[in-house]
Ligand binder design. Structure first.
Ligand code: GDP
Ligand code: MG
Length: 300
């Protein structure tokens, strides 16, 4: 049999479980997952290589109406991913009471995967662990009547239910093609990038309301020690206002310290050895409103 390869875009509203699904399909934690919506800001490729195939998954920020400049950049990276995709995986949260309405009313489905669309669109009904069995079949019936999905897969990305079947379907619809990346690549991003994402994830876990959304992280230095198996990492946490800086640092530095401790553990798990992590907080005034600053802070 010939080799199959292609790009698969993961799309759907914020919080439906796109990043969780990506991590589960890859068997590795790549994309940041938190209970707060819109934590994924960058387009991240996750690479799954099996015998005779390679899938490049594109995890995208949820498609929402842009309210500030950062969101516009996030949106365009999502539509870009859909543009590049051979297969579109549209995710919905089956646990939501309005699951059917949210699929029917989805602008993304209409705009990017509507009539005339030749690429297969697979519906992933995620979070079925939150649903009772008798609720599932009617939902599947109703959504299949509403939109010509190639396939519909009820899954639980969290519990790992039905993921093998989903993976099989994805491979089935992959076009013939060459291997894009070496076999042992998990992502198109490097450890330095993921170190920044992990720090950002910790900020999302610890702080509330606007703080996480006003924050971005830049890794200024990522350097292996010459003498020991240790990596030195210096990260800068950028916030938009002076007042936010104090909040991130916390009383006697306590909050920043716990961000650092948690992030260090996670980064060590990712790269497989000890790190030395230094974190600073800087104010980059209203960076989210400024496309130039957004670009400079690493969003492409
Ligand atoms: P994204 O914004 O679409 O990338 O969503 P995330 O992957 O960040 O997930 C959002 C939230 O939904 C997190 O709290 C996840 O733990 C949770 N979640 C994801 N998949 C499942 C699932 O299959 N079942 C349940 N119960 N929760 C899930
Ligand atoms: Mg995400």
């Amino acid at each position: 049999m010939s080799y199959r390869s292609g790009y698969v875009a993961l799309v759907g509203e914020p919080n439906v479980g796109k990043s969780t699904l990506l991590n589960a399909l890859l068997g590795q934690k790549l994309s940041i997952v938190t209970p707060k919506p819109q934590t994924t800001r960058h387009k991240i490729a996750g690479i799954l290589t099996g015998s005779g195939y390679q899938v490049v998954f594109l995890d995208t920020p949820g498609l929402i109406d842009p309210r500030y400049a950062l969101q516009e950049v996030m949106m365009s990276s999502a539509s870009e991913a859909i543009g590049e995709a051979d297969i579109v995986l549209f995710l919905a949260d089956a646990g939501r009471k309005d699951a059917l309405e949210s699929i029917k009313g989805s602008r993304t489905l209409r705009e990017f995967a509507g009539a005339g669309e030749k690429r297969p669109v697979i519906l992933v009904l995620n979070k079925i662990d939150l649903l009772r069995k008798h609720e599932l079949l009617p939902l599947i019936g109703a959504v299949s009547a509403a939109f010509p999905f190639k396939e519909i897969f009820p899954v639980s990305a969290l519990k790992g239910d039905n993921l093998e079947e989903l993976r099989g379907a994805i491979v089935k619809y992959l076009p013939e093609g060459n291997q894009y990346y070496p076999e042992d690549y998990l992502s198109d991003r490097d450890e330095r990038f993921f170190a920044g994402e992990i720090i950002r994830e910790e900020i999302f876990k610890i702080f509330r309301e606007e703080i996480p959304y006003s924050t971005t992280v830049e890794i200024e230095e990522f350097r292996d020690s010459d003498t020991e198996r240790k990596t030195f990492i210096r990260g800068v946490i950028y916030v938009g206002k002076e007042s936010q800086k104090g909040i991130i640092i916390g009383k006697s530095g306590a909050s920043l310290k716990s961000v650092g401790q948690n992030a260090r553990r996670q980064i060590e798990r990712l790269i497989g050895h000890e790190i030395f992590l230094e974190l600073f907080v800087k104010v980059e005034k209203e960076w989210r409103e400024d496309k130039e600053k957004i670009r400079r802070l690493g969003y492409r």
